[in-house]
Design a protein around this ligand. Structure first.
Ligand code: MSP
Length: 506
């Protein structure tokens, strides 16, 4: 089975930030989950290099376009590498093959008489790179998504894609495929966007205003609207229109933030219908991160969370864990370096890492660097093992974007149960007496073997730390396809070198 997961391609007008890292980390978690299930997965992420916003950012830095785009491309790529995104394809829309295919798509739609040229007067938001209706604006006439960027009055001749002929069909598609947009709150939002007749979509920009873009194949005085160009990446990454793309396209899932639901839920499906292509399988939509106290992150407030700074201070898995564990499904979630530090210390450190190092060190010291062989299991051992299988089985099933926090939470609850188990069994006391030494061995074995299962599951979320823990346990290769299988740690087998997994950070 195949799965093609995409992230948005990010504008390069600024440096990569936590929001960009978030969607790409979630995509990476989904990829690792599906691979563990035996799926053939392709993950694309990358950058959106065209449009007025990027063009002006290059000019502000006094840089030539190519030099600017190369610099930003490297910057985004290195942050995605830093946070462990196992992307198969890094998108750059300035790539020749992409540009050719975008022009091909436009020509196909143009030849069907679905693109018209006309004069248009309207309000333009550079942040969204789109024309706005009066009803889209705030009371003082600004874009609600970009209140600090003044909207502009623009009068221009442009090319427009007819949208209204496809509206009913798109609504029908949404009704027939309840899974097309998840979660439901965003499906309803999309239906709302489609409740009224649609205006034509402006798909060009005159070169007098924007030059950083793909030339319109049927009029050299214009470049392609950046969204038309960017959305097409999802097809050009898999080599559309060349043969072989179809099987990937049929399994395509777009991960997006709620800010870009309209282009993905309205423009893109209609572009595809106009070109005679099937729609993607699914749009998985997430809410946003905001600063502590629910305040929007901004440089002036000083509450911007920089992914590089977090990784340097706490390590990549502190960041990945927080992002996976604390995003709420349909409302914004709070993030700050302090919150990440607290979660890292309390969940990864106190509940998981300490348990592992305490028990592994004890075993190392008292059983000659080995995992002790277990004796008969007690009812308490069996109960714990059952909980381990239940909680980790969330990782042997298909994970959707909105499932990630709950699956991670199940591991925390499980770790709490394991800590209670070990405190109650008190192997340190059992070891002191010859008569209870075998029981001690069993408790240690059960704990280490359960930790092995947990770490195998966590390979999907925090792969670096999980691999390190599995090396400490000298665990055999995990089952493939992955399921929680007990008793795979060898009794009397050697332990690896024990080190602190999540050292405490103040
Ligand atoms: N270039 C377009 C997307 C084109 S896709 C064909 C774009 N770029 S963007 O740089 O503005 O990135 C938007 C995306 O970044 C969001 O949809 C989301 O995935 C991510 N995020 C940006 N800010 C975010 C938060 N504060 N929180 C979570 N994710 C956010 O739009």
């Amino acid at each position: 089975m195949k799965s093609y997961i995409t992230t948005p391609i990010y504008y390069v007008n600024g440096s990569p930030h936590i929001g960009h890292a978030f969607t790409s980390v979630m995509a990476d978690i989904l990829k690792r989950n599906r691979q563990a299930l035996g799926c053939d997965v392709m993950l694309s992420t990358g950058v959106d290099e065209h449009g007025q916003k990027n063009q002006e950012a290059a000019a502000d830095l006094g840089m030539g376009y190519q030099e600017f785009l190369d610099m930003r491309g490297k910057e985004f790529r290195s942050v995605f590498d830093l946070v462990g995104i196992s992307y198969d394809y890094f998108v750059r829309t300035s790539r020749e093959g992409h540009k050719e295919a975008v022009a091909g798509m436009e020509q196909t739609i143009f030849d069907k008489d679905l693109i018209v040229k006309k004069n248009y007067t309207g309000t333009y938001c550079k942040g969204c790179e789109e024309f706005k209706k009066e009803s889209d604006l705030t009371e003082d006439g600004q874009c609600p998504l970009h209140p600090t960027m003044q909207v502009e009055q623009t009068e221009e001749t442009n090319y427009f894609l007819k949208m209204e002929p496809f509206r009913e069909r798109l609504l029908q598609h949404i009704a027939d495929h309840p899974d097309f947009v998840q979660p439901e709150a965003f499906r309803n939002e999309l239906k709302q966007m489609l409740a009224e007749p649609l205006e034509d979509l402006c798909i060009s920009r005159p070169k007098s205003r924007v030059t950083l873009g793909v030339d319109l194949p049927f009029d050299p005085d214009f470049v392609t609207y950046v969204w038309f160009d960017a959305l097409t990446n999802y097809l050009t990454n898999i080599d559309w229109p060349k043969e072989g793309y179809e099987s990937w396209w049929a399994e395509c899932e777009h991960l997006i933030g709620k800010d870009i639901l309209k282009p993905h839920g309205v423009y893109w499906p209609i572009m595809l219908m106009a070109a005679g292509l099937p729609l993607p399988k699914k749009l998985s939509v997430h809410s946003h991160w905001v600063g502590a106290g629910g305040v929007k992150m901004s440089k002036s407030i000083g509450n911007v969370v920089d992914p590089i700074e977090v990784v340097e201070k706490l390590g990549v898995d502190a960041l990945r864990w927080y992002l996976a564990r604390h995003m709420r499904a349909d409302s914004d979630s709070q993030i700050s370096v302090e919150l990440i530090t607290q979660t890292y210390n309390s969940e990864l450190g106190n509940k998981i890492g300490n348990l592992l190092s305490r028990v592994a060190k004890f075993s190392n010291k008292n059983f000659g660097g080995k995992v002790p062989a277990p004796g008969p299991l007690s009812a308490e051992d069996e109960a714990l093992r059952k909980s381990v299988v239940e909680a980790t089985s969330g990782f042997s099933r298909w994970i959707d974007l909105q499932d990630i926090p709950a699956r991670a939470q199940a591991i925390v609850t499980l770790a709490e149960e394991m800590n209670e188990y070990i405190d109650k069994q008190a192997p340190w006391t059992l070891f002191k007496n010859e008569d209870t030494r075998e029981r001690c061995q069993t408790v240690i074995y059960v704990t280490l073997d359960c930790l092995r299962v947990i770490m195998e599951a966590l390979q999907q979320v925090i792969p670096g730390s999980a691999d390190k823990a599995l090396a400490m346990l000298n665990a055999p290769a995990a089952p493939s396809p992955w399921t929680p299988v007990l008793d795979r740690l060898e009794g009397n087998g050697n332990l690896g070198e024990i080190e602190s997994l999540f050292p405490r950070v103040q």
